[in-house]
Design a protein around this ligand. Sequence first.
Ligand code: AMP
Length: 191
Amino acid sequence: MTWSPPDRPHAPLSEWVRPIHDWPRQGVLFRDLTPLWADAEAWGRTVRALAKPFDAAPPDLVLGIEARGFLVAAALAAHWKRGVLLARKPGKLPGKTLKEEYELEYGRASLETHGDLLRPGTRVLIADDVIATGGTAQAAYQLAKALGCTPIAFAFLVELLYLGGRAKLEASAPVHSVIAFNGEGRARVSE
Ligand code: AMP
């Protein structure tokens, strides 16, 4: 069956997320956010919903996780008129970096960031597109701590409830997501 984005305005945000079965490998149900990003109304609504819990006391800076997390971090930072810090895959950032390794489903990965751009105590929000097992965001949290920052929360466009990432992260900081999926179906949408 072919997938198409909703043809009515103000449809639930989850309807702009395209499910891609068996990508990037067999058994994975990939949540493709490109239709959401391509729709000005839906993307604007998503950014406002993601920012809302923090509007009263926004972070000093948003830490974005490569690569799709950069889009989320940049949109939130523009919403609050704040800066962005990049957590990148190894070897991408010039100059001196801090590195944090973490477990993937198969093997290990790492994230790097610049250690010389922030004052200790900077209040950071950690942003990514999707939380699955939470390992990537946890590594970003460790990087923020290593920088001497104060991570105030995690923010994700999509949460995959069946992979349990929230429980892992909530020991470190509160978790906020806008769209949540429970297996194949939709579980909760914040607006
Ligand atoms: P995890 O470390 O398991 O929480 O994985 C989160 C990272 O992997 C995020 O940067 C996501 O972009 C990506 N990711 C993991 N699973 C999916 C999925 N099913 N659909 C889309 N992105 C995913």
